[in-house]
Write a new protein. Structure first.
Length: 318
């Protein structure tokens, strides 16, 4: 597997970043984020590095910080470091360590983006993280959305390694001689995620050696189903808005037109026309993306996609 080529292809196909973007890379010093830094630099993107020191692991935290600083300076990219009083924040808010650390780091990423003009924030999650999230949500109880794992992008946040497995990333790090740190807490079974990673997943792989690839496909199908539902809900809302505007327009047809009423009717008419056009455009765009994704991943044929679009457009889809 050529990780660099697949990385670049994944970003282009999912429109995660453009050549002109200024990308803030969140780098912990672990293998995932250190590999992500290498891939972005080798791909020619303009990047900066942000490292969070939560001061929870003593000397280990200091060594993580030092490694990230050295690598950022080696690549000649801007780097930012912040030390958080995580334990103090936990005592103040009553949050768990995971929740407090998550809130602190994302607030800081937003602050850095505004201050330095970063247009995208990249997180180094990969497909194995998404599979673990699937099982965490399943065990805690969830709906369809919770079974879609970790999203590829949300607003300014992107996760450009979601195509890769932990094994792929480790092999790249070894081949490219990329230094990285091992978080000792990752070996602790105190946390549910680690119990799944170290206990459950290896046992399942004994039964199904292709488990990672199968789960990637399963999560992809579940995500497609959730996106289709989301589209249906959005379509219902738009249709309701259009119909409301139409009713209001008809109600005012018999009213004597003066300047104010004419302007009001013009606004309502504009809503109706624009809403109808957007509904058609949104449906076409949604189906085009879904069909492109399916054909790229070896799923639905183009002809089948086109036929499905005709049925949906005409309201005859079963």
């Amino acid at each position: 597997m050529n990780l660099l080529d697949n990385f670049q292809r994944y970003i282009r196909r999912n429109e995660l970043a453009a050549p002109e973007d200024f990308i803030l890379l969140t780098v912990s010093g672990g293998v995932d984020s250190m590999v992500m830094l290498s891939l972005f630099v080798r791909s020619g993107y303009r990047v900066g590095v942000a490292h969070c020191n939560f001061q929870l692991r003593g000397v280990e935290s200091e060594e993580d910080e030092e490694l990230v600083r050295r690598e950022a300076e080696k690549y000649g990219v801007p780097w930012y470091n912040k030390r958080f009083d995580t334990k103090g924040e936990m005592e103040r808010t009553g949050e768990s360590m995971e929740m407090a650390a998550r809130r602190l780091r994302y607030a800081w990423f937003d602050e850095l983006s505004r201050e330095h003009g970063y247009t995208v924030v990249a997180i180094a999650h990969h497909i194995d993280d998404s599979i673990e999230t699937f099982f965490i949500n399943l065990l805690r109880g969830t709906g369809l959305r919770g079974l879609t794992g970790i999203t590829t992008h949300a607003g300014k946040l992107i996760r450009p390694l979601m195509f890769a497995s932990r094994k792929d990333i480790l092999e790249y790090a070894v081949a490219q001689h990329i230094p990285y740190r091992e978080d000792s807490s990752n070996r602790s079974t105190k946390y549910l995620r680690n119990k799944i990673r170290l206990g459950l997943v290896p046992r399942i792989k004994e039964i199904s050696p292709k488990f990672t690839d199968l789960m990637r496909q399963n999560i992809g199908r579940l995500t497609d189903a959730q996106l289709f539902i989301n589209h249906g809900i959005q379509r219902i809302r738009r249709i309701a808005c259009i119909q409301t505007a139409y009713v209001l327009l008809r109600c005012h047809e018999s009213i004597q037109i003066d300047g104010r009423t004419a302007a009001y009717r013009l606004v309502i008419l504009s809503i109706y026309i624009i809403g109808t056009a957007l509904e058609r455009l949104h449906l076409q765009t949604f189906l085009h993306k879904q069909c492109h994704q399916s054909t790229t991943d070896g799923g639905l044929s183009t002809a089948r996609c086109r036929g499905g679009y005709e049925k949906l457009r005409d309201g005859t889809h079963n």
